[in-house]
Design a protein around this ligand. Structure first.
Ligand SMILES: [Mn+2]
Length: 336
């Protein structure tokens, strides 16, 4: 684990690139701001360098990330499986960003990946990266994969190819993965990167506006409903949970990304150090789980041990098979 790419890695990446024309860049299922930002930011740089680049994601991105440069060109495996598969098969090189193992591509896409022979480069800040990439740039001390992409571009000597539009993507991932630069993992270096990008013309305010000030009325009403009617707080244990059924999500015309941030709102209650969000998925009987903690409760281990998931020390996710009520009860018992 190193904040910097090793010199041997830089050499190996240069060798891989010499042999490559077609590059595919992928990230995880239910792409968040860091996934979308890192994929589109690096795509823009590699396109500037003259490569044929395709961005492929397992499923569509939330509406409020569509402002990012190149977003309209992303291919989605869930919608264009054949096209995505032929692009992946003919790729000379594949980048995997913001994911630590193939399972994060979702069941279908990860199964397909098993058959691919193209070398892979993984850039990621999650714990316990799996050993599938030819070059692994992994470091859990980084706030975001986007911050790593900035370092990557810098260390490869490609800064002149990082356009302002590409910086917007990098910034979007940084701001969303750090909840607007508030998490303890944010360093002076994080801010220096932002300062460097602003010196080169990045405007931060329109990006915040595009991400945070463009929500639909139905989304705001869904959040209001969830917090007023579907929030439980167990003060003695310092734990809170928010949970929503498919029926409720449909009632509020739920769009992807609409429930993002709900778990952080539960965590913002005074005295609460652990919060969860449970959401009934469209697959019958499957519950999607998100966990956030403050201080020294390790939700990565908690999610790995009990909820078929994982992530970071203070932010993790998973899934569980059962009813919504059972998931809430199980969570209550496990954290009492
Ligand atoms: Mn991330």
């Amino acid at each position: 684990m190193s904040r910097k790419l090793l010199e041997s890695d830089v050499n190996e990446i240069n060798e891989l690139l010499k042999k490559s024309k077609r590059i595919v860049i992928c990230s995880h299922y239910n792409p968040d701001g860091d996934a979308v930002g890192s994929v589109l930011g690096l795509s823009a740089v590699l396109k500037q360098k003259g490569y044929q680049v395709e961005a492929i994601l397992p499923n569509p991105i939330p509406r409020f990330y569509r402002f990012m440069f190149g977003a309209e060109g992303i291919k989605y495996y869930s919608q264009e499986q054949n096209e995505c598969e032929s692009s992946l098969c003919s790729a000379d090189l594949i980048f995997l960003l913001d994911l630590n193992h193939l399972g994060r591509l979702g069941d279908k896409m990860s199964a397909f990946f098993e058959s691919l022979e193209a070398p892979m480069i993984m850039i990621d800040h999650h714990q316990q990266p799996s050993d599938i990439a030819k070059v692994l740039y992994s470091d859990t001390t980084f706030t975001s994969t986007c911050e790593m992409v900035y370092h990557f571009v810098d260390q490869m000597g490609w800064m002149e190819f990082l356009s302002v539009r590409a910086m917007e993507c990098v910034y979007a991932g940084m701001v969303t993965d750090t909840a607007s630069f508030r998490f303890p993992v944010v360093t002076a270096d994080t801010h220096r990167i932002v300062a460097n990008m602003m010196d080169k013309g990045l405007k931060h305010a329109p990006i915040h506006q595009a991400i945070y000030d463009t929500q639909s009325e139905s989304r705001l009403r869904l959040v209001a409903y969830a917090l007023s009617s579907k929030l439980e707080v167990w003060q003695e244990s310092g734990v809170a949970v928010v949970y929503l059924s498919q029926e409720e999500l449909e009632r509020f015309n739920h769009q992807s990304g609409d429930t993002e941030g709900l778990v952080n709102q539960a965590l913002s209650i005074d005295g609460v150090h652990l919060a969860a969000f449970f959401k009934e998925s469209e697959d019958e009987g499957k519950i999607k789980c998100s966990f956030r903690s403050q201080g020294n409760f390790d939700v990565n281990t908690f999610a790995r041990t009990h909820w078929n998931g994982g992530g970071h020390y203070n932010a993790a996710g998973g899934h569980w098979v059962g009813t919504l009520r059972e998931a809430v009860e199980r969570f209550k018992v496990l954290t009492a």
